[in-house]
Design a protein around this ligand. Structure first.
Ligand code: SAM
Ligand code: SF4
Length: 327
């Protein structure tokens, strides 16, 4: 079992397989995109597999693929099938913007992917184009329907709630759970990376969102012993889907953090909001042994901070963009 200095059990690895993306969400990236990591600096699938094999033998049992947009990286389906052959990995999932999901869902399911999280911040087509700076609203919905059809479930829809942008849609997202077996998750906007500068005034906090949801119907809590991760889970009375509330800014979920991150260029990050990184690529590419890599993992664990410092005077925006960390 992997324990960090604060006795948190670490069993979850989020792998960002690329910093490339086919959208340009305003809160994540500038219109022109960001300088891209050269291909030769990006870990090969074989290199990532080696890391996952070593880490899983130490206690990592959950892996999520993210990006950038993971479905734009060539060979992703084969990669999923190789990962799914690692016995210790019990939960294999992927976070996507959904643009390519219609074409990939069936193959991903066959390759062994268990479930998907899909990012969607609006239910209004014109607003989707404005937020992502691309057309694709219907395409994403085709992807969601396909994912439901092939059972990549439970499907979570991630909505970053931003005041003045999509705060008028909190209720419409929640109502989706009455007719579709989806988990709608509201995520506070995080002050990170190179997206448009939203001031603190744009953050719509989880307590406010919860207040509004309580006006739609009774929010029935799902017992905390069934939570697994940062979301507080609820169900609206009579709904078939679920509600998840994720408040990195207003809530202190760090005490329950169970994760490490691997960046496309081979750095382990122990906290989304800290730029401290451990370079594992240098060991992979310079003849490092499995034991060397195992030591890097244990060293990374020792540096995992107790908490982030958003909302305190110590907070500094991190240098690496969300699209190169994976959210
Ligand atoms: N491209 C994929 C997607 O959008 O789902 C995966 C990568 S994206 C960086 C992962 C998640 O981070 C998405 O749900 C996105 O909405 C979220 N995200 C990006 N920038 C954010 C920010 N500043 N605050 C909160 N969430 C953010
Ligand atoms: Fe791309 Fe995801 Fe960032 Fe949007 S949030 S620009 S889809 S990486």
């Amino acid at each position: 079992m992997l324990l960090d200095p604060y006795m948190r059990k670490i069993n979850y690895l989020r792998i960002s397989v690329t910093d490339r993306c086919n959208l340009r969400c305003r809160y994540c990236m500038p219109e022109k995109g960001l300088p891209l990591t050269p291909h030769e600096e990006i870990l090969t699938y074989e290199e990532i597999l080696r890391i996952v094999r070593i880490f899983s033998s130490e206690g990592i049992s959950k892996v999520r693929l993210t990006g950038g947009e993971p479905l734009v990286r060539r060979g992703i389906v084969d990669f999923v099938s190789w990962l799914s052959e690692i016995d210790e990995i019990k939960d294999l999932s992927l976070t996507t913007n959904g643009m390519l999901l219609k074409d990939f869902a069936c193959d991903l399911k066959r390759a062994g992917l268990k479930r998907v999280n899909i990012s969607l911040d609006t239910l209004i087509k014109e607003k989707f184009n404005r937020i992502t700076r691309r057309n694709g609203y219907e395409q994403v919905w085709e992807g969601i329907r396909e994912a439901l059809k092939v059972n990549l479930t439970p499907i979570k829809i991630n909505m970053v709630a931003i005041r003045g942008l999509n705060d008028d849609e909190i209720e419409s997202f929640a109502r989706l759970t009455f007719t579709l077996p989806l988990t709608v998750r509201y995520i506070e906007y995080m002050p990170s990376g190179h997206g448009e500068e939203w001031g603190e005034g744009e953050i719509l906090t989880i307590p406010r969102i919860k207040n509004r949801l309580e006006k739609i119907g009774q929010l029935i809590p799902i017992p905390p012993d069934q939570w697994d991760g940062p979301a507080r889970r609820f169900r609206l009375d009579g709904a078939i889907g679920e509600i998840g509330l994720i408040g990195p800014v207003s809530d202190h979920f760090c005490a329950h953090c169970n994760r490490l991150r691997l960046t496309p260029d081979g750095k382990i990050r122990t906290c989304l909001f800290s730029d401290e990184e451990i370079d594992v690529k240098q060991f992979l590419r310079n003849g490092g042994s499995d034991e060397d890599l195992r030591k890097q993992l244990l060293m990374a664990l020792k540096t995992k901070p107790e908490r982030h410092h958003i909302n305190t005077h110590q907070f500094k925006k991190c240098q690496r963009n969300m699209s190169a960390i994976g959210g």
